[in-house]
Design a protein around this ligand. Structure first.
Ligand code: BGC
Length: 779
């Protein structure tokens, strides 16, 4: 009887809500096709033109009450009462969402930034920056970090993280390089794919961005990147291709800039021909925020979703009515959105907890931060700092106020408490020399300018300028301390590129400080370490002989100080290696004379004359010395490489490469091994070597060995022939080079490929309108 009552009451409630629904929408939804139940075509056919137009446009930046009341105007607000306005804000502070159409069962996809962890109204974790993560060369660890980020996205009820950033480090001044992985497309692609897989393993989506060639911030919205087809395919598209094919990201984000004359979001070749046709991409292609001139052209090019909206729908409706845009094109774009909407937690009615595993995530962030730190120099085993009774004098503002990440959308706004370097060292049991601590603390307090709230929430935080350390001050402190640690700190972020003077190069104050501190400490036989708290490459050649040790800590997330202490103390043996070359001087960089383009204050175009010769591909081929090469990084132990064997010296379908690494030092450690290939260059210009594989060893005990193997398949031998639009492996002699960096080749062996192999033919796409005068390796 009781059960019967419950059923009756439920039926009444259901019919009441159906009546209410019918009242609101004027229809009986029981007859309407529902997403997930009816075929997508039927759901689309049941949409009004207004709904269709609003669905291919985001619903704007409606952020939720708290954010809307923060005292500043939030742009892109939906018109009151519009469809966009009716879409619910589920999570306050999300940076964009798609339209919901309840009568058809279409749920919203709610999105947040960014590559260093979710950033919105709730407490999340600031993870190490992308460059710190790629320096681990550890796809399993990056996968773990992805899982942590995904856990925060999903447990806060969000659907999608606007990450990872996968542009190439073309030039060290790139303001957003910290959000990206490497100068090398293979490393970038593999690390990016691991990140996507990790995030998506939690049932939430990613947005691989910024597609493509958004390698600078200066005039990013209008600059036209002129790049040859080969360079695009081999360098700038390659990482994206790997991520798309290996990790199936839910979305791709088309960038602000143009490529060979057509803006990315209106670029049919890029979005439809390459992503859809050549790569078989099946996710949503969306725009970066507020970009593109013509929404109709964007939809025609294959851009499915214009973000963040919400104003473009009226133009789209007009275009359909006037015949300028066929409804078929609109429907095609909608189909991609709906197909992927069904993957989202909102659609699956995921019951989130609002309690992500923040403590556990912070521990994994700390581990990854440390594993991605790169030890550049360690003379006479200055590190690790074994004796915890030694007094450490801490210099550099960054020792006290450490940068955990960069600014802009890559900044994590409500991260957990920052562990500054001083805190991390204290936590690890070190003694800090009091005078230096006192002087810096007072100085920073007095000299930190007022924050601009609007900018600070995006990480544009005003910092005190670096405190000068006179010779006298250094002398006084050196008498009281046993050792010195100097932190050099940098920050950069969205909308601006870095400068050469005082950013890529050290400032005068920083140079003087290093000189004064090293000379006074060394005079007393005491050692000096430099910690680089940086997001991108800086000049090191002119001062690197001064300190005893140099560690790149990058911007290692909220656990910064603990992670630094883990390395300095030897709790974790450094195993990070450089994902990007450190040149001797800025002018040595192959893109230096073409960055940021012309005219330099507001470049309309930037010509990629260096072609495929980006980073080590250039330095190695043209014999230009670097300060620290790609793939370089020291350990507190040492490794030997031996027993290289190739399964054959004649290539047929594949060759198996095998070798052994041994920890020949006295403490446990991990080694990143790199496989490079030198390819025959009779028909086509080729870099002297290219990374074709990498792997990180397990933690090897002293004396322990590990066997490492790689498979070389035909794809690892391919180059792109623009005139044939084909990937071809050239016949000839190849050399396998196993290295500890790109310049420290330990083992090598040759093999032959008898005949050319056509690996695959792709579409003719993104052809430059005029020839690009690329540099050539003519010897
Ligand atoms: C950035 C994107 C970001 C988006 C949303 C844009 O300015 O370029 O990377 O995801 O804003 O915040």
């Amino acid at each position: 009887m009781k059960r019967f009552k419950i059923i009756i009451v439920s039926l009444c409630l259901i019919s009441a809500s159906l009546i209410l629904f019918e009242k609101v929408y004027g229809q009986d939804i029981s007859n309407l096709p529902q997403l997930g139940k009816a075929p997508i075509e039927e759901v689309i056919a049941a949409m009004t033109l207004e709904e269709k137009a609003a669905l291919v446009v985001g619903t704007g930046l409606k952020m939720g009450e708290k954010e809307n009341n923060m005292g500043f105007q939030i742009p892109n607000q939906p018109i009151p009462g519009s469809l966009a306005d009716q879409t619910k804000v589920y999570v306050s502070g999300a940076v964009g969402r798609t339209l919901e159409i309840p009568r058809l069962g279409v749920t919203t996809i709610e999105m947040v930034d960014g590559p260093a962890g979710p950033s919105f109204g709730s407490r999340t974790t600031a993870y190490p920056i992308a460059t710190n993560l790629s320096s681990t060369w550890d796809v399993d660890l990056v996968y773990e970090i992805g899982k942590c980020m995904g856990n925060e996205v999903s447990e806060y009820g969000l659907d999608l993280l606007l990450a990872p950033g996968m542009n190439i480090h073309r030039n060290p001044l790139g303001g957003r390089n910290f959000e990206y992985y490497s100068e090398d497309p293979l490393l970038s692609g593999k690390i990016g794919a691991a990140m996507v897989k990790g995030i998506q393993s939690q049932g939430v989506g990613t947005s691989v961005k910024h597609f493509v060639a958004n390698n600078q911030e200066t005039n990013r919205i209008a600059v036209d990147a002129l790049i040859s087809e080969r360079t695009l395919r081999e360098i700038y598209l390659k990482g994206f291709e790997i991520a798309v094919k290996e990790s199936d990201p839910w979305t791709l984000m088309a960038s602000y800039n143009s490529i060979n004359g057509a803006t990315a979001t209106e670029n049919f070749d890029l979005l439809t021909t390459i992503a859809r046709k050549d790569w078989g991409y099946e996710g949503i292609i969306m725009s970066d925020w507020d970009t593109g001139k013509d929404p109709v052209e964007q939809l025609k090019a294959g851009l499915n979703l214009i973000m963040p909206g919400p104003y473009q729908d009226t133009v789209i409706i007009q275009a359909v009515k006037s015949g300028k845009l066929s409804e078929e094109v609109l429907d095609k774009n909608i189909a991609w959105i709906l197909k992927n909407t069904m993957r989202s937690p909102k659609f699956k009615e995921y019951e989130y907890s609002n309690k992500p595993a923040l403590e556990k995530n912070a521990q994994i962030a700390r581990k990854a931060g440390a594993e991605g730190m790169v030890l550049l120099k360690n003379e006479d085993n200055a590190l690790p700092l074994k004796d915890k009774d030694q007094k450490i004098a801490l210099f550099g503002n960054g020792s006290y106020v450490t940068n955990v990440g960069g600014s802009g959308s890559g900044f994590v706004m409500r991260a957990g408490p920052t562990v500054n370097i001083i805190d991390g060292l204290i936590n690890a049991g070190y003694k800090i020399e009091e005078k230096s601590n006192q002087i810096y603390s007072d100085y920073i307090k007095e000299n930190t300018p007022k924050q601009n709230m609007m900018r600070a929430i995006r990480g544009f935080i005003n910092r005190a300028v670096e405190m000068p350390v006179s010779k006298e001050l250094a002398e006084t402190i050196s008498e009281k301390a046993d050792i010195a640690v100097i932190t050099i700190r940098r920050n950069s972020g969205e909308t601006a590129d870095r400068k050469i003077d005082g950013d890529f190069n050290l400032t005068e104050t920083e140079k003087n400080n290093i000189e004064n501190i090293t000379s006074t400490f060394h005079a007393l036989g005491k050692k000096v370490m430099v910690v680089l708290n940086i997001g991108g490459v800086i000049e090191t050649a002119s001062w690197k002989n001064l300190p005893d040790a140099i560690l790149i800590a990058w911007q290692p997330g909220q656990e910064a100080g603990n992670a630094v202490a883990d390395i300095l103390s030897g709790k974790i043996n450094p195993s990070g290696k450089l994902p990007t070359s450190f040149p001797i001087q800025y002018d040595d960089v192959p893109s230096a004379k073409n960055f940021p383009g012309t005219p330099s204050d507001k470049p309309e175009k930037v010509i990629y004359e260096e072609g495929i010769y980006v980073g080590y591909r250039y330095f190695n081929t043209f014999d230009v010395e670097t300060s620290y090469p790609f793939g370089y990084g020291l350990s507190y132990t040492g490794f030997s490489y031996s027993d290289l064997k190739l399964s054959s010296t004649n290539f047929r379908n594949e060759i198996k490469v095998n070798f052994k690494i041994t920890n020949n030092g006295s403490i446990a450690g991990k080694e990143v091994v790199q496989l490079y290939i030198t390819a025959p260059d009779k028909q086509l210009d080729k870099p002297s070597k290219e990374l074709k594989g990498f792997s990180k060893s397990k933690l090897l005990q002293p004396g322990e060995s590990q066997s490492v193997s790689f498979i070389i398949d035909a794809k690892k031998l391919e180059s792109f022939y623009s005139e044939k639009s084909s990937w071809i492996a050239d016949a000839g002699e190849y050399t396998v080079k196993i290295g500890a960096s790109c310049e420290d080749i330990k083992l090598s062996q040759k093999f032959n490929l008898k005949d050319d192999i056509l690996i695959r033919k792709v579409s003719k796409a993104l052809t430059p309108k005029a020839t690009i005068n690329e540099i050539k390796n003519i010897k």
